[in-house]
Design a protein around this ligand. Structure first.
Ligand code: ATP
Ligand code: MG
Length: 334
């Protein structure tokens, strides 16, 4: 097999409007690495269908998420930015991996244990880890940058690739889990014990959305839960709310949170500094997003370029896998 060092891949499910956590933990890091690696970034709309969705809203959230990836600085000319359902190889590869995975290991997946197991649970909530493994393995990705909440999926992907290779011969690249970098976990401003999540209710006050207006951002940060001593020190265990704000500011100003803490007098000045930094970061992004959403033909064209590139790349891996398991090759023109 070829050496595929330096290939990055990440999917974002359109399960809600993107958050500051998604931006700092994912988008911004992808943009920074874009010249070092060959990046594949996609909106995983098929994964959203494991839970009930309103079709019109799913379509809109998918496009808006894709526009946000591009607006954040992922350049369709340098990286491959696409919508998962526009690249049919994902579902095909997923089936081959369903034929590799065991019921036992899928039953142990956290999402299924938490949300599944009822008679009317969608079957896809059980099998989606195979689709996720397909998403990764189709691109011979060798490192998958994920936060802690995703590591179980990458572990399973590794197990499936190893088993596939052991059964059918060396076919799939076994990916590494890339370590989470600075500010890998932004917490909810109203409850700093939990992660900031896009699938929180749309109006959740503790969740800053990438596309929030400056006023909305200012309000949410002003209301952020802190504590009563009004002394700015960085101590994630004892002062989770204040430390979360310091983490956000530290990442945005490229400083150490400890150093940032020393430069601020009180919680008022901390919150004003965080607001200014977040607004400065997100305002240009929101404007570019709105431009892209205002020109749907251009957005569709950019995504078609991404889908073409992704299809070309992934078809080779899919064909390799189909051949390995004994399926006969078809010569279809797609
Ligand atoms: P959901 O609630 O639907 O799980 P989410 O906000 O957790 O949404 P994911 O789609 O699970 O987002 O993850 C997208 C990317 O954003 C992943 O790379 C993940 O590690 C990163 N990410 C998600 N939430 C945060 C957060 N609070 N802080 C830092 N990174 C995050
Ligand atoms: Mg998540």
């Amino acid at each position: 097999m070829k050496d595929h060092r330096g290939r990055d891949l990440s999917g974002i499910t359109p399960s809600g409007r993107l958050t500051l956590g998604n931006h700092l933990g994912a988008l911004r890091r992808f943009v920074e690495r874009q010249d070092e690696v060959e990046g594949y970034y996609f909106v995983s709309d098929l994964h959203a269908l494991t839970l009930p969705q309103d079709p019109a809203r799913l379509r809109e959230t998918t496009l808006s998420t894709a526009a946000t990836l591009i607006a954040a600085g992922l350049d369709p000319a340098r990286s491959t930015v696409f919508v998962q359902s526009q690249v049919p190889t994902h579902v095909e590869m997923s089936y081959l991996l369903e034929c590799t995975a065991y019921v036992g290991e899928l039953s142990r997946m956290i999402q299924f244990k938490e949300k599944g197991g009822r008679p009317r649970t969608r079957a896809s909530l059980f099998t989606y880890p195979c689709l996720m493994a397909a998403d990764i393995l189709l691109y011979d990705a060798d490192r998958v940058p994920v936060g802690g909440d995703q590591s179980q999926h990458v572990e399973l992907t590794r197990d499936l690739a190893i088993r596939f290779n052991a059964t059918y011969g060396d076919t799939l690249v076994v990916p590494q889990i890339a370590p989470a970098a600075l500010a890998a976990r932004v917490t909810d401003l109203q409850d700093p014990r939990i992660k900031m999540s896009k699938s929180a209710p749309d109006d959740a006050l503790g969740v800053v959305r990438v596309l929030d207006t400056p006023d909305a951002i200012a309000l949410k940060i002003r209301r952020a839960v802190t504590d009563s001593d009004n002394v700015v020190t960085y101590d994630p265990a004892a002062k989770p709310g204040v430390s979360n704000l310091l983490d956000i500011l530290a990442v945005l100003t490229r400083q150490d949170p400890q150093v940032v803490a020393d430069s601020l007098r009180d919680y008022g000045s901390l919150k004003r500094a965080v607001t200014a930094a977040v607004v400065a970061e997100l305002e240009p992004l929101r404007r570019r997003h709105d431009e892209l959403m205002g020109d749907r033909a251009q957005l569709a064209a950019l995504l078609a370029v991404g889908a073409d590139k992704a299809l070309r790349q992934s078809s080779a891996v899919l064909e390799r896998a189909k051949k390995a398991v004994g399926l006969t090759a078809a010569r279809l023109s797609r």
